[in-house]
Design a protein around this ligand. Structure first.
Ligand code: AGP
Length: 609
């Protein structure tokens, strides 16, 4: 996830681009860059890290120009560096581009362009796009952009300037957001409203497959097929704080809602349903090495550890490789038995958690290979790993992990299919079916998120309680743990997650009319058993909040509240089931007057031991 902003008007562009970039920093801060065009000359300034670094460079080497583009980067292809910072240019430095998104087929396009003599200066997928436009550019920029975009697979929101037409910005969008702003002869583009809200409240949302030409005469929107689109601007009533959170009151809620999109991003370019193939380019191990894996140890902390527990079920089921899951904070002090056939999978959103880093440090001396599942490129964890598979959740600002968790689950699902195929446990046919089902998840999540009102009602009824129990079996157990963790950290209510069958060995003593019990009772092998657990709670007067599969009427007999989850194959249920629990924790926290984005005593990245 990156942020882009563009300006064409009567003022110095930098006055709009720089504050715009600062408001987009929540989308990524690996590097920042701007370009302005002044007297037929592009002025490009780029820097590693935050916009403040770019600002410093601009103080030393100021730029002029009334047209320009800006970019703040969240690295996906190419490590964070000045070289990989946007804007990127073509060979002749006549075109500049800024881009947010992922170009899936960039490798084959890059090879083709290199054969034709194009010179590349970065490791990014974006640079391919600007060279592709150069390839098709004769004298019509719109046509060249259209031709280039027809060859692109993936997602994009982009801004483009051509030196030959110094009073024009082109922008286009597919799957990544882009808004157009306007005010008295001034025009703007931005990844989201927060970047331009100080300037204008009059905006048009560019749709998927649409491109826009901004000139001093106005705005012209067309589809990539060439059909003109007339769109009425809408008026934004948000204040700047709301705008940064895209209208949500907290980052946590915004990030919960981002899940369908970031799961889609995490899957982008990594599956082929037709071929039943998984592509994990960063895995770092050869097929022969992967074939030899005899045991897997997954390690991580907090929510990442919970993802590991789901991973254990998935990997064992599909690849038949034995898996153990270890708290990194414990594992680091052990003297574990590890050999050359052991694979360590370290999971961390931030890649900076001290215990997780300590757990993998030095492991290679025992001969084991390390693969990390990480959300932050170039973070410390990635440096200790033989292979890194990036989740593409974008920056997670809320302290409570939400979208990072579901993208970790998505990656673990992909890894389990990948290893299952390598170990010849699952057939191509099965892989095809699993990939097909996984690809449906973003749509199912969107349906689920439409039910937020139901969760708000439940939060309203239970937010004054002091204790909660969360119960699940099988893959539902780690989700019970995660649901309880979310509630604890954002609402300060004591909550415990338990395997449902363990309840009778102790926790059932806590159950009375004051104890809400959240039970994951989704369709699956253990369904009948969990119905018995529900009966046991009911008999003791506990209040039952039950997560059930869509269409399950039996459950209503004993449940006080039912939250329905779309009917998907059992291994995929954790990705869906956790979302209402995130929402429940969020709404209970808000009703209790807590601050879900910055809960007391917690830090986003735990870099202490
Ligand atoms: C989750 O909501 C927590 N804030 C916390 O448990 C977190 O998952 C843990 O600190 C691990 O962080 P990491 O994934 O960045 O390593």
């Amino acid at each position: 996830m990156c942020g882009i902003v563009g300006y064409l008007g009567k003022r110095e562009a930098i006055k709009i681009l720089l504050p715009g970039l600062k408001n987009l920093e929540y989308r990524g801060y690996d590097s920042a860059g701007i370009v302005t065009l002044d007297q037929d000359k592009f002025n490009i300034r780029r820097s590693l890290g935050k916009v403040a670094n770019l600002e410093k460079i601009l103080r030393e080497k100021p730029v002029k120009g009334r047209i320009g583009l800006g970019h703040t980067r969240w690295a996906t292809h190419g490590r964070p560096s000045e070289m990989n910072a946007h804007p990127h240019t073509d060979c002749k430095k006549n075109l500049v581009i800024v881009h947010n998104g992922i170009i899936e087929n960039y490798q084959s396009l890059k090879a083709e362009l290199k054969r034709e003599g194009h010179q590349f200066n970065s490791e990014t997928d974006t640079e391919v796009l600007v060279h592709l436009i150069e390839k098709y550019l004769k004298n019509n920029l719109e046509e060249a952009l259209k031709k280039a975009l027809k060859r692109i697979k993936g997602s994009y929101a982009l801004g483009l300037i051509w030196k030959e037409e110094p009073e024009k910005i082109l922008a286009a969008r597919n799957e990544s957001p882009l808004v157009i702003g306007m005010k008295d002869g001034e025009y703007f583009i931005a990844s989201d409203i927060s970047a331009i809200l100080r300037e204008t409240r009059k905006v048009i949302d560019l749709g998927n497959g649409e491109m826009v030409t901004l000139t001093r005469k106005g705005v012209r929107i067309k589809t990539l097929k060439g059909k003109i689109k007339i769109k009425k601007p809408r008026r934004i009533s948000w204040n700047p704080a709301l705008a940064e959170k895209a209208g949500y009151h907290h980052f946590m809620l915004k990030e919960i809602y981002e899940q369908p999109r970031v799961i889609e991003e995490t899957l982008r370019g990594r599956t082929s349903e037709e071929k039943g193939e998984i592509y994990l380019e960063g895995i770092g191990l050869k097929k022969e090495e992967l074939k030899r894996i005899g045991r897997i140890i997954i390690t991580g902390c907090g929510t990442s550890w919970h993802a590991g527990l789901v991973g254990e079920y998935l990997i064992e089921e599909y690849s038949r490789i034995p898996v153990e899951v270890e708290y990194a904070s414990e594992f680091r002090y052990r003297n574990p038995i590890i050999d050359k056939e052991t694979l360590i999978i370290a999971i961390s959103q931030s890649g900076e958690t001290a215990d997780t880093l300590a757990a993998v440090k030095g492991i290679e001396k025992k001969g084991a290979k390390i693969i990390s599942i990480c959300n932050v490129m170039d973070s410390s964890l990635t440096k200790f790993s033989d292979g890194v598979i990036f989740t593409r959740a974008g920056p997670e600002i809320g302290v409570a992990s939400t979208k990072a968790f579901t993208t970790q689950l998505t990656m673990l699902y992909l890894i389990s299919i990948f290893l299952g195929k390598i170990k010849n446990i699952i057939s191509r046919q099965v892989a095809k079916r699993m990939i097909g089902e996984l690809r449906q998840i973003p749509k199912r999540l969107e349906v689920l998120l439409k039910d937020e009102k139901r969760i708000i009602e439940i939060a309203e009824r239970y937010y004054r309680r002091n204790n909660f129990l969360y119960l699940g079996r099988g893959k539902g157990f780690p989700i019970a743990l995660e649901g309880a963790l979310k509630l604890k950290e954002v609402s300060y209510i004591h909550a415990e997650g338990y395997p449902a069958a363990e309840m009778k060995h102790g926790p059932i003593a806590l159950v009375d009319k004051n104890m809400p019990v959240v039970v994951l009772a989704l369709r699956g092998r253990r369904y009948e058993k969990i119905l018995s657990n529900i009966e046991e709670i009911k008999t003791r007067g506990g209040k039952l909040i039950v997560l059930a599969t869509q269409g399950d009427k039996t459950i209503r007999r004993n449940a006080d509240e039912v939250i329905y989850i779309p009917d998907v194959s059992v291994p995929l249920t954790p990705i869906l089931a956790v979302v209402p629990l995130q929402l429940l924790a969020y709404h209970i926290a808000v009703k209790r007057g807590c601050s879900p984005d910055q809960p007391r005593n917690l830090a986003k990245s735990v870099t202490v031991e």
